[in-house]
Ligand binder design. Structure first.
Ligand SMILES: NC(=O)c1ccc[n+]([C@@H]2O[C@H](COP(=O)([O-])OP(=O)(O)OC[C@H]3O[C@@H](n4cnc5c(N)ncnc54)[C@H](OP(=O)(O)O)[C@@H]3O)[C@@H](O)[C@H]2O)c1
Length: 335
C-alpha cells in the first residue's frame, strides 16, 4: 500500500515538474483572466466531453477536473453519436453549458470502404449534437482536422483557405464543420493534426514499439505537418471555453516536420539507436490518400489572444516522460 502511495505521489510530482517553461507561459497567457480583466463575467461551467475513451477526450476531462470544473466524459456507450434520442436524454439530464466534441469515427483508411458509417458519426452525429447545443444553450467546441484541406503546395493553410478534402474521413469532418456553422453562433472549430496522447494508439507509440525490434526503419518524409500533444491542447481548450472568442482556429504544437523527422526525434530523445531512412509516401500505399502539406497557420489563434502551444520537440519529450510514468504506475500496481 505504502509503495503504491509512493508511486502515485512520485508520478504526481513528476507531472507537475514536467510542465516546461513554454507550457507554463502558455498556461499564464491563455488564462481566462484576460477576459475577466476586460470586464466579462464567467458563468460556472458544466462541460460535457465526448470521446472520453479516446486520446483527446481523456486529457480534456483530466484538465478540466484539475481546474475544479464540473465535467462529464462520455463515450459511444453512453452517448452514441448515431442515436439522437439517446444523446438528447443525456443532454437533458446533465444540462451542460459547454460541449467539447472530441469523439469521431477516426479510422481513416476503413472510412474509404465504410463511408456511410463514417458520415453517420462525423457529419450527421455532429449536426445532431450542434442542434442539441442550440436547444440547451451550450457553447460547442468541435475538433476538426488538417484533412479538410487538399494538402497541395507548401505554405501553411490559413483557417479560411479553400477546402478540398482528399478522403472520406476529411469530407465527413468538413461536413461536421459546415453543419456547426449553419446551426450555431457560439462555436469554436479547432483543427488539429498528428495527434498523440496517453490514452490511445498513435504514431509515436508505434515507432517506440517497432524500435524495440528494429535497428533500421523506413519512414515517410514527403508528408509535412505538426504533431499535437493532447495534454497541451487540453490546456488551450480549457482556457478557450471560458471565453466568448468564438471562431475557427488551428491548434497544434509549434513547428513543422515530416513523419521521418518526428520518428528520428522520438528515437533521439528516447535514447534508442534506431536509424531512420526517409522514403516517399509511395513506399507505403494506404487506402485513403493523405495530404502532403498539413502545415496550418496559427494566425487566428494569436490574433484572438490565445498563446501558441509549445514546440513539438518539447511536447515529444514530455510525452515520453508521461509514457514512462504510466509504465512505472502499472508495474507498481502489478507488484
Ligand atoms: N488522431 C489524429 O491524428 C487526429 C488528427 C486530426 C484530428 N483528429 C480529431 O481529433 C479528435 C480526437 O481524436 P482522438 O485521436 O483523440 O480520437 P480516438 O482516440 O480515436 O477516440 C475516438 C473517440 O470517439 C468515440 N467514438 C467513436 N465513434 C463514436 C460513436 N459512434 N458515438 C460516440 N462516440 C464515438 C470513441 O468512443 P468509443 O471508445 O466508445 O468507441 C472514442 O472515445 C477527433 O475528432 C478526430 O477527428 C484526430
Amino acid at each position: 500500500m505504502a509503495l503504491v502511495l509512493f508511486y502515485f505521489l512520485h508520478t504526481f510530482m513528476r507531472k507537475r515538474q514536467e510542465v516546461s517553461p513554454s507550457c507554463k507561459n502558455s498556461l499564464r497567457n491563455n488564462s481566462g483572466l484576460r477576459d475577466h480583466q476586460n470586464g466579462r463575467r464567467f458563468m460556472r461551467m458544466r462541460v460535457l466531453v465526448t470521446g472520453v475513451t479516446g486520446q483527446l477526450g481523456h486529457d480534456c476531462v483530466v484538465e478540466l477536473k484539475d481546474r475544479g470544473m464540473e465535467v462529464r466524459g462520455v463515450s459511444s456507450k453512453d452517448f452514441p453519436l448515431t442515436d439522437a434520442k439517446a444523446m438528447r436524454r443525456v443532454m437533458a439530464a446533465y444540462k451542460p453549458n459547454c460541449v467539447i466534441h472530441c469523439a469521431a469515427y477516426t479510422a481513416v483508411d476503413r472510412a474509404e470502404d465504410d463511408e456511410a458509417a463514417c458520415m453517420a458519426v462525423n457529419a450527421e452525429g455532429t449536426a445532431n449534437l450542434a442542434k442539441l447545443c442550440r436547444e440547451f444553450h451550450a457553447k460547442m467546441v468541435y475538433i476538426s482536422t488538417d484533412y479538410v484541406f487538399p494538402g497541395d503546395g507548401d505554405a501553411p493553410y490559413e483557417t479560411d483557405a479553400p477546402k478540398g478534402p482528399q478522403n472520406v474521413y476529411g469530407k465527413s469532418k468538413l461536413m461536421g464543420e459546415e453543419a456547426i456553422q449553419s446551426i450555431l453562433k457560439r462555436y469554436f472549430i479547432v483543427r488539429i493534426s498528428w495527434v498523440f496522447g496517453i490514452n490511445g494508439k498513435n504514431f509515436i507509440r508505434t515507432m517506440l514499439r517497432l524500435g524495440e525490434s528494429h535497428a533500421k526503419l523506413t519512414v515517410v518524409d514527403d508528408q509535412v505537418g505538426s504533431p499535437t500533444y493532447t495534454r497541451d491542447l487540453s490546456v488551450l481548450l480549457a482556457d478557450m471555453i471560458q471565453t466568448e472568442r468564438y471562431g475557427v482556429y488551428h491548434a497544434t504544437n509549434e513547428g513543422f516536420c515530416s513523419w521521418a523527422e518526428l520518428a528520428a526525434e522520438v528515437f533521439r530523445q528516447a535514447g534508442m539507436p534506431v536509424e531512420v531512412t526517409p522514403v516517399p509516401s509511395s513506399a507505403y500505399p494506404t487506402r485513403a490518400v493523405r495530404p502532403k502539406n498539413s502545415r496550418m497557420s496559427k494566425n487566428s489563434l494569436t490574433e484572438a489572444g490565445f498563446a501558441l502551444l509549445p514546440r513539438w520537440q518539447d511536447a515529444v519529450g514530455r510525452y515520453l516522460i508521461e509514457l514512462e510514468s504510466m509504465k512505472e504506475q502499472r508495474e507498481a500496481l502489478a507488484e
